[in-house]
Design a protein around this ligand. Structure first.
Ligand code: COA
Length: 341
C-alpha cells in the first residue's frame, strides 16, 4: 500500500451531524435462498463472513429511490426539509445512470431544488469521502446545510452465478445531514482519506465504462470484461485489515485522542473476520463495535451510513460520545472519521 493517506487542516467552523436516516428494501434474501442459486451453504457463508441475510431492491426500485428514502429520514430527524439543503453528495458505485449523477435524481425526489448535487465514486469508503467533502464545504462557510448519502443497488451488478461474490453483497441506503456546530454542540473531530490505484484490479466492475462499453461486451461478455463485480477475495481481505487498522489509528491520533477515548467503533460491514482482525490489532473492546452485516451483507457505500443511523436510533450513541467510523473499498480506497456526538 502506498502512503497516499491525507489528513486535513482545521476549518473556520466546526461541523456536526444534525440527523441520520437509512432505508433497506423489503425483500430479504437468506443464505438458504442462495443455496438454491449457487453451490454454497449457510454454514460456509456464516462461518467465512458472518452474513446471514441481505436485502434486495425491487426491479423498479433504483439507487436514487433508496437514497431519497434515507435522506427523508435524516432530514426529519434534523428538523429541516429538502428546501433547506444547499449541497447533496451521493456516494455510490451503482448509480441509476452513468450520467447524470444519482444526486441529481435525489435533488428532485426530495425537493431540494436549490441544492448543488453530485456523486462521488469511492466504493465502500464513499460515505466517508462524502462526509469529508461536505465537512469542508460547510466548515469553510461555502454551504450551510449538506446532505450526504451512501446508496447502492449492488444486486444489479452482481453475477448471480458466481458464488465467490454473490453471497457477499446487498442493497440499501444511509444518509446524514451536516450543519455548522454552534454553542459547543457535537462536531466531526478528524478525518483521514487514502487511495492506492495500483491495486485497482483487485476489486472492480471492468465492463460498462469507456474502457469497455456495454455495446462491446457481446451477448455473454467474458470474465475479464463483464459488467458485473469481480474480486480477488483473499488479497482484498489482507488489504482491508491493514488499511482500516491504519486509517483508524491515524484518525484517532489526528483527533488528539487514544483508542481508550473511543466509545463506539462503526466499521465497514464487509466481513466479520475482517472486523475481528481490526478490533484485535487496535486492542479495542468487541462490545463497543457496532455490527449489522449479519442482516444486510456488504452494502458498499451505504454500509457505514446505515450502521451509523441504526446505532444512533438504537441509543448506542449518546451526546458527548466519541465515535470512530472506518471504511475500506475498491480503488483501493480507505477512510476514517472521528466524531464527538
Ligand atoms: N460457498 C462455498 N464455497 C465457496 C464460496 C461459497 N459462497 N465462495 C468461495 N468458495 C470456495 C472457494 O472456491 C474455495 O474453494 P477451493 O479451495 O476449492 O478453490 C474455498 O471456498 C476457499 O476460498 P477462499 O478464497 O480461501 O475463502 P476465504 O476464507 O478467503 O473467504 C471471502 C472468501 C471472499 C469470504 C474472503 O476472502 C473475503 O471476505 N474477502 C474480502 C471480501 C470483501 O470484503 N470484499 C469487499 C471489500 S469492501
Amino acid at each position: 500500500m502506498t502512503e497516499s493517506g491525507t489528513s486535513t487542516p482545521p476549518l473556520p467552523h466546526a461541523v456536526r451531524i444534525a440527523g441520520t436516516g437509512s432505508y433497506l428494501p423489503e425483500r430479504i434474501m437468506t443464505n438458504q435462498d442462495l443455496e438454491r442459486l449457487v453451490e454454497t451453504s449457510d454454514e460456509w457463508i456464516t462461518s467465512r463472513t458472518g452474513i446471514r441475510e441481505r436485502r434486495i431492491a425491487r426491479e423498479d426500485e433504483f439507487t436514487s429511490h433508496m437514497a431519497s428514502e434515507a435522506a427523508r429520514a435524516a432530514l426529519a430527524q434534523a428538523g429541516i426539509t429538502g428546501s433547506d439543503i444547499d449541497l447533496i453528495i451521493v456516494a455510490t458505485i451503482t448509480p441509476d445512470t452513468l450520467t447524470p449523477a444519482t444526486a441529481c435524481y435525489v435533488q428532485q425526489q426530495i425537493g431540494a431544488l436549490k441544492a448543488v448535487a453530485f456523486d462521488v465514486s469511492a466504493a465502500c469508503s464513499g460515505f466517508l469521502y462524502a462526509m469529508e467533502l461536505a465537512r469542508h464545504s460547510v466548515g469553510a462557510g461555502a454551504f450551510r446545510n449538506a446532505l450526504i448519502i451512501g446508496a447502492e443497488k449492488l444486486s444489479a451488478f452482481v453475477d448471480w452465478s458466481d458464488r465467490n461474490t454473490c453471497v457477499l453483497f446487498g442493497d440499501g441506503a444511509g444518509a446524514a445531514v451536516l450543519v455548522p456546530s454552534t454553542n459547543g454542540g457535537g462536531r466531526i473531530l478528524s478525518s483521514q482519506l487514502g487511495t492506492d490505484g495500483a491495486q485497482a484490479e483487485l476489486l472492480n466492475i471492468p465492463g460498462g465504462g469507456s474502457a469497455c462499453p456495454v455495446g462491446a461486451l457481446g451477448a455473454a461478455g467474458t470474465a475479464e470484461k463483464s459488467a458485473t463485480l469481480t474480486m480477488q477475495g483473499r488479497e482484498v481481505f489482507k488489504h482491508a485489515v491493514n488499511a482500516m487498522r491504519k486509517a483508524a489509528a491515524e484518525g484517532i491520533a489526528a483527533a488528539g485522542l487514544t483508542i481508550q477515548d473511543i466509545d463506539l467503533l462503526i466499521p465497514h460491514q464487509a466481513n466479520l473476520r475482517i472486523i475481528d482482525a481490526i478490533v484485535e490489532r487496535l486492542d479495542f473492546s468487541r462490545e463497543d463495535v457496532f455490527i449489522n452485516l449479519d442482516k444486510y451483507g456488504n452494502t458498499s457505500a451505504a454500509a457505514v451510513a446505515i450502521a451509523l443511523d441504526e446505532a444512533h436510533r438504537e441509543g448506542r450513541i449518546q451526546r458527548g460520545d466519541r465515535i470512530l467510523l472506518v471504511a475500506f473499498g475498491a480503488g483501493l480506497t480507505w477512510a476514517s472519521a472521528v466524531i464527538e456526538w
